[in-house]
Design a protein around this ligand. Sequence first.
Ligand SMILES: Cc1ncc(COP(=O)(O)O)c(C=O)c1O
Length: 411
Amino acid sequence: MTLLPKEGTPWPELKAQLQEAGQRDVDWRGGRVPMFIHYAGEDVLEVAKQAYLMYFSENGLGLRAFGSLARFESEVVAMALGLLHGSPSARGAMTTGGTESIFLAVKAARDQARQRNPAMGTAQIVMAASAHPAFDKAAHFMGLTPIRTPLRADFTADPQAIAAAITPDTVMVVGSVPAFPHGVVDPIGEIAAVASAQGVWMHVDACVGGYFAPFAQQLGVQLPDWDFAVPGVVSISADLHKYGYTAKGASTLFFRDAESFAGMGWYFDGWPRGQYFTNTLVGTRAGGAIAAAWAVMNYLGEAGYRRIAERVLATRRALQDGAAELGLSTFGTPQLSILAYGSPAHDIAAIGAGLTKRGWVAGYVTEPSGLHHMLNLTHEPVVGRYLDDLAAAIREAPAPQGQAVGPLAQY
Ligand SMILES: Cc1ncc(COP(=O)(O)O)c(C=O)c1O
């Protein structure tokens, strides 16, 4: 059992221990991890680290004391709203991650629905089978019922199925840009039309695509409108700590107008310390995460984000083509930074085991069985090596026996 040491240990010794412990982790810099990391080069990492350290001790809870953080946050929000076609009445705030952004969007939608109809039953969220578990987590924590609808043949959300699932207790309908499992972009315009027709709040989960899709579009990737340009989209989540390439602990949540934004916040003054207000689920917020987001966005600018997106898109296409040559076809038509591929003619679990043996952390999708990647620049130089190992793993794998990848498909 580990006990707090009676006496302290000098930093050089601890530093050595920290370094040693990390050596047993998977080599993410070598592109061996299929997700979790969003690397955009040493220079970007350095900017994020330096900015984070400069505001390491400051607290985003105390914006009255730290006007610097208040300014950085409002500029981050403004820069992002500029990308997402927010009108001057659009609002937003930084949170600590995609899950928190989704929680707060669900809370705001639920509160607005209850305000409008105090007699309503248990609130429901309607979303496609591919939506992120953060919605179920939020529903579980806040007492809503999640309802998932089947996907279309191309793995996108089915607006008709969503329309059919909406009831008078539905407080939110979700579309993803892109959905995590297959990396495909849901038909946001059609889902929003269905939601608007029934007076339901539409949330776009752009946790993955919020800071990637705008630049992919600038590079020629054709996507139908998916942000505040679509009437009926009320809120959008977009993670800075994914394709914003900043320090972990940073996401953004945006609202079409001040009225919907008001539901994000929470106010209390029934205790002896006076008024307590936060826009976030958490109280204390790392000042470093706010400063690093501001610094990285300004360091990269649109041109920097576009340059990185171009390389990530090329990496996705190379993986897609290479896997196809090996008989594994891509599921649906992913247009951004995530892809999944497989084939019923192959034992995906055995192929994954072959990749694991060769030092790759395999990512999986379960429906249908396939391999999954959320890409960044660490993957760019190792596509060839990965495909060689994939070919070797395919050669070794037995004929498929219907073995499900479910038990392997862990985080
Ligand atoms: C589409 C989508 N939404 C939400 C999340 C949750 O983000 P976080 O892990 O930052 O809470 C993720 C994470 O991968 C995601 O892919």
